[in-house]
Design a protein around this ligand. Structure first.
Ligand code: MG
Length: 255
């Protein structure tokens, strides 16, 4: 079921969006050579407790997960691209880290992700991150009243194709609101003019993620972390947005 939220409800979602943005800003500042992924998870757990927020991840146990997630943050490093389960790993020079975070504040959920290189960056990794961010921007720009969901996917897919990247359609964006994952599914590719008509009050997470030289993934033995089939690196960029008569409102925008 696709839920549309009224103006008052969209306003009520702003604190959740702001908090998720604050957490990602803190993570981008904290991520560095020598930092353990478990320290990043602990930092977020502390911020959640201080804010009186509720993690969407810790008890999360969907059909594709082997067991409840158990952590409050997704940390995907290098060939890990989505759903990275934080583990005892110290970030090394040149690592490409993607963090994905969703939580509930005052009954409303926001979801956002970002990628960063720690230490000395490879040009190709910076380019991959930029393409992912550009695809997100293009998807958001297409998320206007009267457009179709296919227009959003097409806008994302076009950026990937222009950069020579493949697109994996197994995981994509989703409706957000009282819970982390709702309808509609928001694929990272689509056909212009097709699919659901976008109406004011639709709230979705748009989340392009791409890998250098493949569109295939496999699940790590940890039961959660999704890795590229060929070992190439991945990047991920996500915002939660509300579709409004004045255009897309990025609830998780960072300063
Ligand atoms: Mg997310």
């Amino acid at each position: 079921m696709i839920e549309l939220f009224n103006d008052r409800e969209v306003e009520q979602m702003r604190p959740a969006g702001r908090f998720v943005a604050e957490v990602l800003t803190a993570l981008r500042a904290k991520a560095a050579v020598g930092v353990n992924l478990l320290e990043l998870d602990a930092l977020v757990a502390e911020m959640i407790a201080e804010r009186g927020a509720t993690s969407c991840y810790v008890d999360y146990h969907p059909s594709f997960g082997a067991m409840p997630f158990g952590k409050v943050l997704c940390t995907s490093v290098n060939d890990a691209v989505l759903h990275g389960l934080p583990h005892d790993y110290v970030l090394a020079d040149g690592d490409l880290l993607s963090v994905d975070f969703a939580c509930e504040v005052d009954g409303w959920v926001a979801d956002s992700a970002t990628s960063v290189v720690v230490g000395t960056a490879r040009d190709e990794d910076l380019r991959l991150i930029t393409v992912t961010e550009k695809a997100l921007e293009a998807g958001i720009a297409a998320a206007v009243v009267g457009n179709k969901l296919g227009d959003v996917g097409f806008a994302i897919g076009e950026v990937a194709r222009a950069a020579g990247l493949g697109i994996n359609l197994q995981f994509g964006g989703h409706g957000v609101g009282r819970t982390m994952h709702g309808d509609p599914h928001v694929p990272n590719d689509g056909r212009p003019g097709r699919g659901l008509t976008l109406k004011p009050g639709l709230v979705i997470a748009i989340e392009p993620w791409f890998m250098h030289t493949t569109d295939a993934i496999f699940t790590d033995p940890d039961g959660w972390t999704l890795r590229s089939a060929d070992g190439s690196r991945g990047a991920h960029s996500e915002h939660t947005i509300a579709i409004t008569p004045d255009g897309p409102l990025v609830l998780t925008a960072r300063d």
